[in-house]
Write a protein that binds this ligand. Structure first.
Ligand code: NAD
Length: 502
């Protein structure tokens, strides 16, 4: 099979992948844009209900296929290792496809592509270590134990910002647990998942274990989450969509994990290494052009070092090289969607209207053609009630707030609808750990920022969602417990009284 690349996809309508085969969709084509030029580069089919149904049925068939159902745990792990080895050889191809699709830096997409085999190897090692427990139930002639089993068909719905990386957070533990998967990538960036699909067959996974259907949220996405053949929904995206998914999941009583947005506090204390902190703040918000769920978009700086740190952050922002995301010397690429450019402009106006000071940026850089670029933008004199301090922008916009002491800081930092990530720069570990204990966030980074690991559980609470990816927590998320009770006493039980603990 010829590997799918930017060149083979250009000016075509993407195929979908069902039951181990690429096929053309009968769905209406949707234009997919290259954010670096603002031009259409390929099309994505809006899959029909029948195609979504076929994908879910193919996944269910795989769950009942002895080739997958009865495959031993160690064999599953070995297949995953084979896929990881294959992926090593396709890092560049997949990174190029994703950069074309969502405009993020090729360097960043390459790093995220390199993380795909790492995630597979980590979870491959877990495949044959997923154990139940034996439970002493105070009944001497009874054996009570649990087994962990796969959930069945998992619908994985992903956003456009890091498609394959987000997909693999679910796919790797799903495979380790023995599930089958139907992926619905974002209509704005579907090419990565499609380009990846063929590797599943090449690695030797039985047909139907992995499927890709594309299309819009309210059509293909809705058909997928409301399908009665789906046993779990794994959703990564915005909070508004998350609520729609949660309602749809509730209709079918399908369990769901929701990884949603954030407005993460990033704190600089007066005793921090101020250069390292300023660097961390810039990386936290301007890396990936702010299009990351964990963006440190609310920066809290202690009042005695406020002016000094703001000056350092602005100096670093001024030095950022904006341009073609494919170039290694570029640090800030375009935004993935035109609507994101408009959103940044809207927030900029609203911040000015609410009295924040535009300290840097705020416009669109000149000389970069029709690409969807915006300047790194910094607002100071922000108060916690302003829209830029409360709502997720998902762009390169930093809101800087001032704090007096720890109580003042935590009151403001926790006064947020979100609770995803957080960061603090201080050389006082007592202070850092007090912050860790009191901050409402699923993740706390101390003297670093945006440093995830596949081995470490991630996920938020409040409007940032629920459920966990990564680490052993992901195995718990994508498997379920079955309880087994054996009576080996040989005695007849009282037919009319339940054998509870008395
Ligand atoms: P989005 O919510 O618009 O879309 C996400 C996915 O949901 C897409 O595939 C979309 O087609 C699908 N969808 C939309 N409506 C649907 C429906 N009714 N039924 C089923 N599927 C539907 O999000 P986006 O704009 O693609 O991504 C940006 C958001 O994702 C941001 O809020 C960001 O914070 C969040 N995000 C979170 C994490 C995390 O780990 N917490 C990671 C990356 C992105």
């Amino acid at each position: 099979m010829t590997a799918i690349t930017v060149d083979t996809l250009r000016d075509t309508c993407l195929p979908i992948y069902i039951g181990g085969e690429y096929m053309a969709s009968a769905g209406a084509p949707i234009d997919s844009y290259d954010p670096a030029t603002g031009e259409v580069w390929c099309q994505v089919p809006d899959c029909t209900d029948a195609e979504v149904d076929a994908a879910v049925k193919a996944a269910n068939a795989a769950m009942n296929n002895p080739a997958w159902r009865d495959m031993t745990q160690s064999q599953r792990g070995l297949l995953m290792l084979k896929l990881a080895d294959l992926l090593d050889a396709h890092v560049e191809r997949l990174a190029e496809v994703e950069t074309k699709d969502n405009g993020k830096l090729l360097r960043e997409m390459r790093a995220l592509s390199q993380a795909l085999p790492v995630a597979l190897r980590y979870f491959a090692g877990m495949a044959d270590k997923i154990e139940g427990t034996t439970i002493p139930v105070n009944k001497p002639d009874m054996l009570n134990f649990t087994v962990r089993e796969p959930l069945g068909v998992v619908a994985v719905i992903i956003p456009w910002n890091s498609p394959l990386y987000m997909m693999m957070r679910a796919l790797a533990p799903c495979l380790a647990c023995g599930n089958a998967v139907v992926v619905k990538p974002s209509e704005h960036a579907s090419a990565g998942a499609v380009a990846f699909a063929g590797l599943m067959k090449e690695a030797g996974f039985p047909d139907g274990v992995f499927n890709v259907v594309t299309g819009l949220g309210h059509t293909a996405g809705n058909a997928l989450i409301s399908h009665t053949g789906v046993n779990k929904i794994d959703f990564t995206g915005g909070p508004a969509t998350g609520k729609v998914i949660a309602k749809g999941a509730a209709e079918q009583l399908t369990p769901a994990a929701l990884e949603l947005g954030g407005k993460s506090p990033h704190v600089v204390c007066d005793d921090a290494d101020l250069d390292a902190a300023a660097n961390g703040v810039v990386a936290g918000i301007f890396a990936a052009a702010g299009q990351t769920c964990v963006a440190g978009s609310r920066c809290f700086i202690q009042e005695s070092v406020y002016d000094e740190v703001v000056a350092k952050i602005i100096a670093k922002a001024r030095a950022i090289n904006i341009g073609d995301p494919g170039r290694d010397d570029v640090q800030l690429g375009p935004l993935a969607l035109w609507s994101q450019v408009e959103k940044v402009e809207d927030f900029t106006q609203s911040a000015l209207g609410e009295g924040a000071t535009l300290a840097f940026g705020g416009g669109r850089p000149k000389g970069l053609g029709d690409g969807w670029f915006v300047e790194p933008t910094i607002f100071t004199d922000v108060t916690n009630d302003m829209r830029i301090a409360r709502e997720e922008i998902f762009g390169p916009v930093l809101a800087i707030l001032k704090f007096r002491d720890e109580d003042d800081l935590l009151e403001m930092a926790n006064d947020s609808d979100f609770a995803l990530a957080s960061g603090i720069w201080t050389q006082n570990m007592n202070r850092a750990l007090r912050f860790m204990r009191r901050i409402e966030a699923g993740m706390v980074w101390i003297n670093t920022y945006r440093s995830p690991s596949v081995m470490s559980p991630s996920g938020g609470h409040k409007d940032s969602g629920y459920g966990k990816h990564n680490g052993f927590a992901a195995i718990e998320e994508f498997s379920r417990i079955k309880t087994v009770v054996i009576d080996y006493s040989g005695a007849q039980q009282d037919a009319f009284v339940m054998r509870v603990n008395k």
